[in-house]
Design a protein around this ligand. Structure first.
Ligand SMILES: NC(=O)c1ccc[n+]([C@@H]2O[C@H](COP(=O)([O-])OP(=O)(O)OC[C@H]3O[C@@H](n4cnc5c(N)ncnc54)[C@H](OP(=O)(O)O)[C@@H]3O)[C@@H](O)[C@H]2O)c1
Length: 289
C-alpha cells in the first residue's frame, strides 16, 4: 500500500516513521505543514494540494496524525483550530481512499465516573474538544468507512509533552505541585502507532470509532511520581494539588478514562499497561540523552 502520513513531525507522526521501518512492504509518504528532512510539505487544509498529492502518489490510505493540539491556544484561536481539526477532515475524507484518524478524550465532558465507551454521548467543554468532535463528524460524512481512534494523555520521546516537562522540572526544582483530581490514562505514542498498524494489517477493514489508550488509570500526580522514579536521580518532592490550585486557563476533564473493550475484541489484541509504556519511553529517552 501507499500510505500518506500527515503531521509526521509530531509525536505520533514520528512514532509512525519508527514503526513504518519495521513494515517495509508499504511505501510511506511522510508529510507535515512544515518541511523537514524526509518530510514532504503538505497542509491538510489545502484541498487542492491534498488532492494533487493523493493522485500523484497513488495513495491507498491516509493516516492523519496532523492536528491543532494546543488546548489553551485553541480557546483564543477558534478559527484555526476548527480549520485544522474539523474542516480539513472533510478534505481528507473526500479523497476516495481509506482513512485512519486520531481523535481525543476531550470529546467527552470529563464528568463521568466510569470509563467512556464509543457509544456514550459526547459533550466537549473546550474549543479543542469541539473542533475534534466536528472533525469526527466531517470525516464520517465524507468517508463512512473511516477508522477513528480516540486517545488520551499522549507522550513520546519526540516533541514536547508531560513526561519531558516533569523530568525537566524535577531536575530544576526542589518541590513541585501536581494535580491529583484528574484521572486518565497516559498513552505512549509508540503503542498508539502499533495500534494503527494493527488496524492496517488486519485481514478485514473494520470501520468505526474506537477508544485506544494504554491500560490502567492514574492521576497526573501519580504519573509524575512514576516518571521520577523510573527516570531516577531526581530529588524533588512532589505534592498532590487540586485543579483549582493550578488555575488552568481552559477546563480539564476530571475523569477521562476510555473503555478499550471494542478495540481489543475487534482486533484480538492486548494493550500494554501505562507503566510498561512509560518504562520503554524513559529507557529510550535516557539512551538518547
Ligand atoms: N497530545 C495529546 O495528549 C493528545 C491527546 C489526545 C488526542 N491527541 C490527538 O492525537 C493526534 C496526534 O497528536 P500529537 O500529540 O502527535 O500532535 P503533535 O505532536 O502536535 O503533532 C501534530 C503535527 O501536525 C502538524 N500540523 C498542524 N497543522 C497542520 C496542517 N494544517 N497540515 C499538516 N500538518 C499540520 C503540526 O505542526 P506544527 O507543530 O507546526 O503545528 C505537528 O507537526 C492528534 O490528532 C491529537 O489531537 C493528542
Amino acid at each position: 500500500m501507499n500510505i500518506l502520513v500527515t503531521g509526521s513531525n509530531g509525536q505520533l507522526g514520528n512514532e509512525m516513521r519508527v514503526l513504518g521501518a519495521t513494515h517495509p512492504k508499504h511505501r510511506y509518504f511522510f508529510t507535515d505543514v512544515v518541511e523537514a528532512p524526509d518530510t514532504h510539505m503538505l497542509d491538510i487544509t489545502d484541498r487542492q494540494a491534498v488532492k494533487a498529492f493523493v493522485a500523484a502518489n497513488a495513495i491507498d490510505l491516509i493516516v492523519n496524525c496532523a492536528a491543532y493540539t494546543n488546548v489553551d491556544r485553541a480557546e483564543e484561536d477558534e478559527a484555526t483550530a476548527f480549520k485544522i481539526n474539523a474542516e480539513a477532515l472533510s478534505v481528507l475524507g473526500s479523497q476516495g481512499v481509506h482513512v485512519i484518524h486520531i481523535s481525543t478524550d476531550y470529546v467527552f465532558s470529563g464528568d463521568e465516573h466510569v470509563p467512556c465507551r464509543e457509544t456514550d454521548p459526547v459533550a466537549p467543554r473546550t474549543v479543542y474538544g469541539a473542533s475534534k468532535y466536528q472533525g469526527e463528524k466531517n470525516l464520517l460524512a465524507e468517508c463512512p468507512d473511516a477508522v477513528i481512534l480516540r486517545t488520551a494523555w499522549l507522550y513520546s520521546t519526540y516533541g514536547n509533552n508531560f513526561v519531558k516537562t516533569m523530568i525537566r522540572l524535577g531536575s530544576e526544582r526542589k518541590e513541585l505541585g501536581v494535580v491529583f483530581d484528574q484521572i486518565g490514562t497516559p498513552t505512549y505514542a509508540a503503542d498508539l502507532a502499533a495500534a494503527i498498524f494493527t488496524v492496517i494489517e488486519a485481514k478485514v477493514w473494520h470501520p468505526g470509532i474506537y477508544h485506544f489508550t494504554n491500560e490502567g488509570v492514574c492521576s497526573w500526580y501519580d504519573f509524575t511520581l512514576a516518571i521520577h522514579q523510573l527516570y531516577g536521580g531526581i530529588e524533588c518532592a512532589v505534592h498532590p494539588i487540586l485543579s483549582e490550585e493550578y488555575q488552568y486557563k481552559t477546563p480539564r476533564p476530571h475523569y477521562s478514562v476510555l473503555d478499550k473493550s471494542k478495540f481489543k475484541k475487534t482486533f484480538e489484541v492486548s494493550i500494554p499497561h501505562w507503566m510498561n509504556g512509560l518504562e520503554r519511553c524513559i529507557i529510550k529517552l535516557k539512551a538518547e540523552s
